[in-house]
Design a protein. Structure first.
Length: 277
């Protein structure tokens, strides 16, 4: 368990590491450049030797059962918070054992004071595996393209629909092109962000693309979180340019809304406060 600089969570936990590229978010085929921060970090630190191509998945995707077997040894120095499960992997990779994922979910259930945030590019596997999801989990999927310049990943949103998890979210990060109107009636949270990369390799996100998603979220009552603009490093340019229709002007706004805490997390935190008071 580690604290993190990712602004929408407090901790990261990686019971599994490694992945393989799937779609334009992971790899810029035109430039021949990997885009996944986890791949770049892992190879830079020599934790994996091979490129994260599908052919190397069996080598790169590694489950770590020892990180699951001792849940009482986990430390949360900042207290109860949001935990990103699998920041260096995709927990729903085809190389992953569904039974192992259920073991991880059981740990989440034993720590109800935390909110456990899951993110996958393979929601079809999450749907097929029919797992037992605790109330204090959010399952999301990554969507960055709609079929204009890059292959569409919008189908992932619909694949979340029938998964029996209490809270669902979408990460439009990196947002590579305008998304347009999408069906978000089953979504509880939306995060939007631009790509982080050096100037020569960065694919830029226009703020009007993000604002279009924001307006749809406002219309549907969905909490909206703007993480960052396109920039050389993460968490830069956190204000979104939005059009104020009332005054007819553009404004810079930092918008970082979260969904309401699950009931079980509220109750567990209240119990903790009562015990320590």
């Amino acid at each position: 368990m580690q604290t993190t600089s990712i602004s929408w969570c407090d901790y990261t936990w990686n019971p599994q590491t490694g992945c393989s590229r799937i779609g334009p978010i992971c790899y810029d085929s035109d430039a021949g450049v990997p885009k996944c921060y986890a791949e770049k970090f892992s190879r830079r630190q020599e934790r994996t030797d091979s490129k994260w191509t599908p052919e190397n998945a069996d080598e790169n995707v590694t489950m770590h059962p020892e990180r699951v077997e001792d849940p009482d040894e986990y430390h949360f120095p900042e207290g109860p918070g949001r935990v990103f499960v699998g920041s260096m992997t995709d927990m729903f990779h085809s190389e992953t054992d569904p039974a192992f994922v259920q073991d991880v979910l059981d740990v989440c259930a034993r720590h109800p004071e935390h909110v456990w945030i899951w993110l996958t590019k393979r929601p079809h596997n999450a749907a097929d595996w029919r797992l037992d999801w605790p109330e204090n989990c959010l399952l999301g999927t990554s969507v960055g393209s709609a079929g204009h310049e890059y292959p569409s990943t919008l189908h992932r949103i619909e694949q979340l629909r029938d998964i029996d998890v209490g809270l669902k979210w979408v990460s439009f990060e990196p947002l590579l092109e305008p998304i347009g109107e999408v069906a978000l009636d089953h979504i509880d949270w939306v995060v939007v962000g631009g790509e982080s990369a050096p100037d020569e390799h960065r694919r830029e996100m226009k703020h009007e693309w993000a604002d279009e998603i924001r307006r749809q979220c406002r219309d549907e009552g969905i909490p909206f979180y703007f993480k960052q603009s396109s920039s050389a490093r993460p968490e830069q340019g956190t204000a979104l340019t939005v059009y104020n229709e009332e005054y007819g002007v553009f404004e810079q706004r930092e918008i970082r809304d979260f969904p309401e805490l699950p009931t079980v997390a509220k109750a567990a935190r209240a119990d903790r406060e009562e015990i320590t008071s």
